[in-house]
Design a protein around this ligand. Sequence first.
Ligand SMILES: C[S@@+](CC[C@H](N)C(=O)[O-])C[C@H]1O[C@@H](n2cnc3c(N)ncnc32)[C@H](O)[C@@H]1O
Length: 264
Amino acid sequence: MPSGTANPAITLRVIGIGPGGPRQITLEAIDAIAATDVFFLLDKGSRVAQLTAVRQDFLDRYARDGHRVVVAADPPRDREPADYAAEVRRWHTARVDALAAAITGSLSPGESGAFLVWGDPALYDSTLRLTDQLTGRAGLDIEVEAIPGVTSASALTAAHGIVAHDIGEPVVITTGRRLGEDDGPNRIVMLDSHLAFTSAAAPDDHVYWGANLGTPEQVLRSGRVGDVAADIERERARLRERTGWVMDVYLLRRAGGTGDGSPG
Ligand SMILES: C[S@@+](CC[C@H](N)C(=O)[O-])C[C@H]1O[C@@H](n2cnc3c(N)ncnc32)[C@H](O)[C@@H]1O
């Protein structure tokens, strides 16, 4: 949410850069990058080195001369906590502390900073929550601007050339962890390294799967779950082996719902 400060000293941009393809960044995002003085990177370690490389490529192409990059070490996080929501809240507070220190240490009044966010900032990304907390901090005079990006959900449906639903139907965007929770006939599933559909979906449901979308390593598969699930599991493992990273997303369409599971 914008801070609403009348004369903010610092502009902080949260820029959606699309799902990784060099041509899936918007002109608005490119302009926002060109207008920024300091880019903040949350260092998540080598596991996501490929993601850092994509961001670096965008900075090399679009950032202005003299821009600075500040890497803030990402505070450690318990991946298997007893209380998931409480652990996420604790981790977010630790991140806000680290970012507040990075911002005050690197930005002068009148300058602007930015975060380059994968896909669109509104979906399964906490950066806008963090900046919202930053605007509430005493001593920080910040205005936040969000720039939308192409989400992996739209990269997926475009790559398959499909509408995500039959006429007038709802679509739920969810995570593998929550798949199956009263989520209607069309589910777009992110953050699912375990491919939850292989056990949660019916064999006659239809899946449209895409991995590393928008990049030269993009892989697509689609079909009846009972026919293609094993192939998708194999492809996912192969891709990880070959490229060292996999990000995948899928649309799951329920058979026997309003539609018949085929493209609407
Ligand atoms: C932390 S979420 C961020 C989602 C992002 N904000 C968006 O709008 O796509 C990361 C998840 O997005 C999906 N994703 C992001 N980029 C992708 C890509 N290039 N190919 C396939 N899935 C991708 C995967 O489901 C991944 O687990």
